[in-house]
Design a protein around this ligand. Structure first.
Ligand code: ADE
Ligand code: ZN
Length: 327
């Protein structure tokens, strides 16, 4: 039987099936340049090229209706991999250019698709607004206003994605302070392309409770111990890290060492079709690399449910499903 899974780190546009983007580009007669390889998958050479290809692919999504269709397609894929709950990163930058009224329309369309998926496939989705770091702090401020105005039981978190080498976490403290005051829960990409100091800065300057990736904390064991003590949760995406060349293989990935040292690790896919992965594949490759059994995956799924930014009522439902599957 397929294990139920809880995913905390998924970029909505990054989860777009390539055929979906290709079809939309053809429909709209939009030339997005060299985005695909000869086999029809996304083509990129490194992380920075990946970000360019990501933005080119995203440029074909131009209406709330596109995002409704996208959300539906993405959630169907996730549900097929056993995902019962997913938190997706949503960017007002791509959804209406940070215009609040447009953002409300995009968000309504995404929620509508999510509600349909929940009715039909049982998968629950919640949203996390993420400014894009390399677009700069001023745009992040506008993005934070979109997040604050739409915060609630569905739009539950605020994060930061994009090029970790661009600027410093503290440049974004206005946006994170506004989000925190609005009751949004906080996460930040760090410790993927930046080292341990980048993780330290995100924790200290943005006061986040989760870190996107965070895996390079392993380069400083005092930091690993601090993360474990604080209970900061890492949204680890092993397949993404391997596909982007951060580690040569699953076996070389630090997730096992982080876990053994007491860090709360969770497992997600990041941008699954870009990295030719799914939650089912991540679980299978982790099982193979580290000899993890269903008991370990049960702990990981429970850690994820406990760290989810949803209401307590939703969390209880998730924990119940997990408890039943692992009884
Ligand atoms: N946007 C989409 N995927 C990302 C990643 N892995 N790191 C930073 N920004 C991203
Ligand atoms: Zn990510």
């Amino acid at each position: 039987m397929m294990l139920p899974k809880v995913e905390l780190h998924l970029h909505l546009e990054g989860a777009a099936p390539p055929a979906f983007i290709r079809g939309l580009a053809a429909e709209r007669h939009i030339d997005i340049g060299r985005v695909f390889d000869e086999r029809g998958g996304y083509a990129f050479t490194d992380f920075w090229h990946f970000l360019k290809v990501y933005e080119a692919a995203t440029s074909v999504l131009t209406t709330p209706g596109d995002y409704r269709r996208l959300t539906r397609a993405v959630l169907a894929e996730s549900a097929a991999s056993g995902v019962i709950y997913t938190e997706a990163f949503l960017s007002p930058d791509f959804c209406g250019g940070r215009d609040l009224s447009a953002w409300r329309d995009y968000l309504a369309a995404i929620r509508e698709a999510a509600e349909e998926a929940e009715r039909q496939e049982g998968i629950v989705m919640r949203g996390i607004v993420t400014p894009i770091r390399h677009f700069g702090p001023e745009k992040a401020r506008e993005t934070a206003i979109c997040a604050v105005e739409t915060a609630g039981d569905w739009l539950v978190g605020f994060g930061l994605a994009g090029d970790e080498k661009s600027g410093n976490p503290k440049d974004f403290s206005w946006a994170f302070d506004a989000a925190r005051e609005a009751g949004l829960r906080l996460t930040c990409h760090a410790g993927e392309w930046g080292g341990p100091q980048s993780v330290r800065d995100a924790i200290r300057d943005l006061r986040v409770e989760r870190i996107g990736h965070g895996v390079r904390a392993i380069e400083d064991l005092a930091l690993v111990d601090e993360i474990a003590e604080r209970g900061t949760v890492l949204e680890v995406c092993p397949g993404s890290n391997v596909a982007l060349g951060l580690y040569p293989s699953f076996r070389a990935h630090p997730i096992h060492r982080l876990r053994e040292r007491g860090v709360k690790v969770t497992v997600s896919t990041d941008d699954p079709p870009f990295f030719h992965t799914t939650m089912e594949r991540e679980y299978a490759l982790l099982a193979e690399a580290f000899d993890w059994d269903d008991g370990v995956f049960g702990v990981i799924a429970r850690t994820s449910a406990e760290a989810a930014f949803c209401t307590e009522e939703t969390r209880k439902k998730l924990l119940k499903i997990l408890e039943k599957a692992h009884a």
